[in-house]
Design a protein around this ligand. Structure first.
Ligand SMILES: Nc1[nH]c(=O)nc2c1ncn2[C@H]1C[C@H](O)[C@@H](COP(=O)(O)OP(=O)(O)OP(=O)(O)O)O1
Length: 572
């Protein structure tokens, strides 16, 4: 039974720990003597306290409730269950851990009365009603872990707490994903340097992490760009440290980067001033750690990007690249188009995308669609931000990031690109790939536009001291922000957002596509109301190769770029 709309609700995050003696098929349960769930038998746990991560909270709760001192190495995150009680406004996300190493003997406390139970003797009728759907399967290892589950209850007390109205439990990721912690083909690390200090909220970060874990990334590594960024820290701490690691900017990190990163010297002068310098050093540092984290691939994204695939998992894609001895693959990026001025979480709501110009069909209609955007923007831009994709790279063979988009490979390693870029004419390296691709949600709401330019501040006219910035939306947005008026809002209305009529026209002419797989994975409802069924197909990026358009990518890119004036003068 599908349970929808859970992620859209406010929720508290809790732990639930089961101390176990698997060989004897024993589990320690406690009778809850007071508070939430009073009178029921359950594992041990409770809410995260401010500043606590899941594991610290689990260890504290176990100690408080039954006197056992958990050994951190014996604590394993097995899944998360979200509960919605119709009598409570907030959902509860409960993270299930099992524990197989501890010190001490269980003792009764004011909150819990503990006792050991054999798996065969577990009295489900004295427990929460959802336990009947998963607890025994989990204890007997008959259920793939990690798992995600959702349960809706009529109420949290009395007979209502026995009524499960909706339920679902499933593996977090498909079976194709390598077993976590083993360096198997396709195991990938996702990296991002993040700041939500100036942002309206950090919900997109939670979606960013959740989406990528669901799509089979083995680990996520977050660099917290600003140590005072409690919003980001609060989010990353809610994920198990076995899957989501974080490092906070500061002297320790700098020291480690100085020691391990070849580019430290070159970037040192910019690290304080430019986000891009911090990203590059973080990416290189993460790539040095990746092999020890059993990750054979690395992908570095901003926290307003998703590695989109309509498949269940990204793993078979990386496995395929490995089997063909490809060490780097660059992906097309598509730019999100907001259809509403505000959203709490752009990943959960934005479903309209300008396709990369190299993926737009070469039809007269599409060309008029491109013209629409170029006429609309002050500097003749179709995309308002970058159009050179992002790349995934193999780890452990000495590649270093040459930019946020591309890795520098040691000689003799194969690199491929889905961008049929006529400026390079890299015919050898071109490889048709529409899925996976990058979805970029750069300014998908007025508040997010303000937040982005507040964070970037008065950035210089040159990247890393030497690459001049073009006259562009990006520069205009900087000026608009520094002018402190409502110039930024005007930019948003005039150049970023589309109304429903314009959106339908852009979809019809082939420049924009409607993609909803990420919205489905995040289990939320898209904000847009204009979603004709024919365009809600996740495979649409592939079918957007227009009817009658038989040109392969490089030719298409060449002609289109010439037509649109993208070619540099010497190539024209
Ligand atoms: N439907 C359900 N099925 C289940 O198996 N465990 C549930 C559940 N709903 C909640 N839980 C667990 C999660 C958590 O371990 C515990 C509830 O935690 P508590 O309310 O005891 O938290 P705290 O100890 O932080 O609360 P306070 O006593 O208010 O401080 O019950």
């Amino acid at each position: 039974m599908a349970v929808r709309g859970f992620e859209a609700r406010e929720k508290s995050v809790l732990t639930l720990i089961y101390p176990r003696r698997p060989q004897q098929r024993l589990v320690l349960l406690g009778l809850k003597k007071r508070g939430f769930g009073q009178g029921k038998l359950n594992g041990f746990g409770g809410k995260l306290e401010p500043g606590e991560c899941l594991e610290d909270s689990a260890i504290r709760e176990l100690q408080e409730e039954c006197g056992l001192t958990a050994d951190r190495d014996g604590l394993n995150w097995r899944g998360s269950l979200t509960y919605l009680y119709d009598t409570k406004p907030k959902a509860m996300e409960v993270n299930v851990f099992d524990l197989n190493m501890w010190k001490g003997e269980p003792e009764e406390t004011e909150e819990m009365k503990p006792a050991w139970y054999g798996h065969e003797d577990i009295p489900l009728d004295k427990m929460w009603a959802d336990d009947a759907y998963w607890l025994l399967q989990y204890l007997d290892e008959q259920m793939a872990t990690p798992f995600v589950g959702r349960f809706r209850f009529k109420g949290h007390e009395g007979p209502d707490s026995w009524e499960v109205l909706e339920h679902s439990v499933a593996p977090l990721v498909p079976a194709s994903v390598p077993r976590f912690g083993q360096s198997e083909p396709g195991a990938a690390l996702l990296v991002s340097t993040v700041s939500f200090v100036d942002a309206p909220n950090a919900r997109p970060l939670e979606s960013f992490i959740r989406y990528h874990l669901r799509k089979g990334f083995a680990r996520v590594m977050i660099f917290v760009d600003d140590p005072s960024d409690t919003a980001t820290l609060d989010v990353v701490r809610r994920f198990p440290t076995s899957r989501v690691l974080y490092r906070v900017r500061g002297e320790d990190l700098l020291q480690a980067q100085r020691q391990h990163c070849a580019s430290f010297k070159k970037l040192a002068g910019f690290i304080d001033k430019e986000v891009s310098a911090r990203q590059l050093i973080d990416f290189e540092f993460a790539s040095t750690l990746a092999p020890s984290l059993a990750c054979r691939w690395i992908l570095c994204l901003d926290s307003d990007e998703l590695f989109y695939t309509s498949e269940d998992s990204i793993v078979p894609h990386f496995q395929m690249l490995e089997s063909q001895d490809i060490h780097q693959m660059s992906y097309l990026n598509h730019e999100g188009v907001p259809e509403q001025p505000e959203t709490q979480d752009y990943f959960a709501t934005v479903s309209l995308f300008k396709q990369h110009q190299f993926a737009v069909p070469l039809t007269a209609k599409a060309r008029s669609g491109l013209r629409f955007w170029m006429d609309r923007s002050k500097h003749g831009q179709y995309f308002l931000f970058y159009d050179n994709g992002k790349s995934a790279c193999r780890t452990g063979f000495g590649a270093t990031p040459s930019s946020q988009h591309l890795w520098q490979l040691p000689a003799g390693h194969k690199s491929c690109t889905a961008l049929a870029d006529p400026r390079r004419m890299d015919v050898e390296g071109f490889r048709e790939c529409r899925d996976p691709c990058i979805l970029h949600f750069p300014v998908c709401g007025v508040a997010w536009l303000y937040a982005k330019y507040k964070t970037l501040g008065a950035f210089p006219d040159k990247w890393l001291g030497n690459m001049p910035l073009d006259e562009s939306f990006h520069k205009d947005a900087r000026e608009a922000h520094l002018s402190h008026g409502d110039a930024l809002s005007a930019l948003f209305t005039e150049q970023v957002m589309l109304d429903s009529e314009q959106a339908a026209a852009q979809i019809a002419c082939g420049t924009c596509v409607r993609l909803t797989e990420h919205v489905t994975v995040l289990d939320s409802v898209p904000a847009a109301t204009t979603m004709p069924d024919s365009t809600a197909n996740p495979a649409l990026i592939n079918s957007a190769v227009a009817q009658g358009d038989t040109l392969v990518g490089v030719e298409r890119g060449w002609i289109l770029s010439k037509a649109m004036g993208y070619l540099s003068p010497e190539l024209q």
